[in-house]
Design a protein around this ligand. Structure first.
Ligand code: PL3
Ligand code: FE2
Ligand code: FE2
Length: 231
């Protein structure tokens, strides 16, 4: 987490800031939209958890609208084409897994990886955000912990049956996240967010989630560093 003792001010209206924001804002809007879609699909596959999942989906829809308002507030037009492409690989992997009935993989992608990515990004954004976006993001990040927790609880309850698939899905999908982080690092820096801080926050939150699900500390180390060498 970043230190709050130095109050940093940004020129939120500079062309440089707005240009970077047009991509970061779009990524977040697209991420929230895809999260909505993913929880709706998961609700179809998991009738026992249907009501919970539809509740999560609703929150994602609210998040998306909140971040759209953040862009409008700065008079920024989000670059949605960029954002769609940014998520394409993870999106494709989720869809393939869902079509094959691999719910464990779907939960790893959405509830563990994407939610952790969001939590670390939002936590690091909050101290450097404009006042409007900060209030929105503070509300959103509280919900994201609930979403991560949903995935943890479900996977913990099914740990023995899910373990091998989780390891495979982690191996396939975590390197994609590091690549996504690399792609967004320059723009994030313009907004005052450091890549090292994002990586660190991600590793801590993701590692804690894996430990809560039932992995040993040795397994957590191995899983959460998968593909990290490329960062
Ligand atoms: C699911 O609830 C949310 C999915 C969103 C994923 C967003 C990933 C964000 C990475 C970009 C880093 C900058 C964040 C800035 C916040 C406005
Ligand atoms: Fe969300
Ligand atoms: Fe979420």
């Amino acid at each position: 987490m970043q230190e709050l003792d130095t109050q940093i001010t940004f020129d939120y209206q500079s062309e440089r800031y707005k240009d970077a924001y047009s991509r970061i804002n779009a990524i977040v809007i697209e991420g929230e939209q895809e999260a909505y879609d993913n929880y709706c699909q998961l609700a179809e596959s998991l009738p026992d958890a249907k009501d919970d999942l539809l509740r999560l989906a609703k929150m994602e829809n609210r998040h998306m609208k909140g971040f759209q308002a953040c862009g409008r507030n700065l008079a920024v037009t989000p670059d949605m084409a960029f954002a769609k492409e940014f998520f394409a690989q993870l999106h494709g992997n989720f869809q393939t897994a869902w079509a094959e009935g691999k719910i464990v993989t779907c939960l790893l992608i959405q509830s563990l990886i994407i939610e952790t990515f969001a939590i670390s990004a939002y936590n690091i954004y909050i101290p450097v955000a404009d006042d409007f976006a900060r209030k929105i993001t503070e509300g959103v990040v509280k919900d994201e912990y609930l979403h991560l927790n949903f995935g943890e609880e479900w996977l913990k309850a099914n740990f023995e049956a899910a373990k091998a698939e989780l390891e495979d899905a982690n191996r396939e999908n975590l390197p994609i996240v590091w690549a996504m982080l690399n792609r967004v690092a320059d723009d994030a820096k313009v907004l005052g967010m450091e890549k090292d801080a994002l990586v660190e926050d991600f590793m801590i939150t993701y590692g804690e989630a894996l430990a809560n699900i039932g992995f040993s500390s040795r397994e957590v180390m191995k899983l959460s560093a998968q593909g990290l060498a490329s960062v």
